[in-house]
Design a protein around this ligand. Structure first.
Ligand SMILES: [Cu+2]
Length: 355
């Protein structure tokens, strides 16, 4: 007994179309309200290609459907043998060639728009680390570690991207581009965020055990607010450095710890089971100061047993911090969370630099 599957075909097609169309109808689109000029171009390119491929999709399935129906098997009927058809072959060569050209022209001009930087108002360096992002503002000397990237809205920003260890990828879907950060290599992109707001992203290159923690947040602020935020942040980081310079091993240790270390070792110093060793009650923060200082200055990797558990990760070096900053962090670690290793001085750190 034949199955009347073709009765279900219209219902099945309608369901598939509805499932495909629903997100668009609900306004779920990255391109509905583009955040940057590039995102607008990428969005219209995407829509053009979607339209062309959609028409091809419907056309091919319509012809296929007609063929299946009209030329289905009938008892006692032999099909006619056909050897080539010049007209049909010319059509299916020329039409795709024209379509490819129609897609190539706007695709190329979008690529060019990404490559041709407009006059730049501000430059930011993006540095990927296992497993956090660092942003440097060369013009002001400001540096953000494991914090949202702040940008002025409606300004042309140049991003210079690289990595301190392995390949990461800086990806914010709203900006419609995705760039690898590669050790020893520099990538560039420009960005003009039209609307103030917060844009979320994520490292898009599997970069090790804590890859999933490399989230990205970009906060685009009205330009006047950005300027005052930058001045205030610079002033407060200068006072912090000053306080450490005058009182070695003193103030700012907690803040510096939270900025530089807490993303891995956690704000309470508890570490992350199996990946990051704890600092509270651990051997090194309660042992000789030199070993602790070397660990922070030069980083460490390879098997390490802490409180009876084996770790085998990579602790990044922190040579970029000043002697006073490192002394402040280490003193904070050695006197918090039940530790009694005792404070260290900036001089102790200076003596171990380069060794
Ligand atoms: Cu990463």
């Amino acid at each position: 007994m034949p199955v009347n599957w073709h009765r279900w075909l219209p219902i099945a097609s309608a369901t598939v179309l509805a499932v495909l169309a629903a997100p668009a109808a609900a306004g779920w689109s990255l391109f509905a309200d583009p955040a940057t000029p590039i995102a607008a171009r990428v969005g219209s390119l995407f829509n053009l290609i979607l339209l062309i491929t959609g028409v091809i999709f419907v056309g091919v399935w319509a012809v296929l459907g007609v063929a299946i129906w009209r030329f289905r098997h009938r008892p006692g009927q032999e099909p006619r043998l056909v050897h080539g058809n010049v007209l049909v072959e010319v059509i299916w060569t020329v039409v795709p060639a024209i379509l490819l050209l129609v897609i190539a022209v706007p695709a190329y001009s979008t690529l060019m728009a990404e490559e041709q930087f407009p006059p730049i108002d501000m430059t930011v360096e993006v540095i990927g680390h296992q497993w956090y992002w660092e942003y440097r503002y060369p013009a002001s000397g400001l540096r953000l570690v494991n914090q949202p990237l702040r940008l002025p809205a409606r300004r042309n920003v140049k991003l210079i991207l690289t990595s301190a260890d392995v390949i990461h990828n800086w990806y914010v879907p709203d900006f419609a581009f995705k760039l690898s950060t590669i050790p020893g290599r520099v990538n560039q992109m420009w960005l003009r965020v039209e609307r103030p707001g917060t844009y979320a992203g994520q490292c898009a290159e599997l970069c090790g055990t804590l890859h999933s923690r490399m989230g990205i947040a970009v906060e685009a602020m009205p330009p006047e607010r950005f300027a005052s935020w930058q001045t205030a942040t610079l002033a407060s980081s200068q006072t912090a450095t000053l306080a450490q310079a005058t009182a070695p091993g003193g103030g700012g240790g907690r803040e510096l710890y939270e900025t530089n270390c807490a993303s891995c070792h956690q704000p309470g110093g508890g570490g992350l089971a199996g990946a990051i060793p704890p600092l509270g009650g651990a051997e090194i923060p309660n042992g000789p100061a030199d070993e602790h200082i070397r660990t922070v200055l030069h980083g460490r990797q390879g098997p390490l047993t802490v409180k009876g558990h084996l770790y085998n990760g990579v602790m990044p070096p922190f040579v970029q911090l000043t002697d006073g900053e490192i002394a402040a962090i280490i003193s904070y670690e050695r006197t918090s969370w039940g530790n009694h290793g005792g404070p260290v001085s900036a001089d102790q750190v200076r003596n171990l630099r380069g060794r």
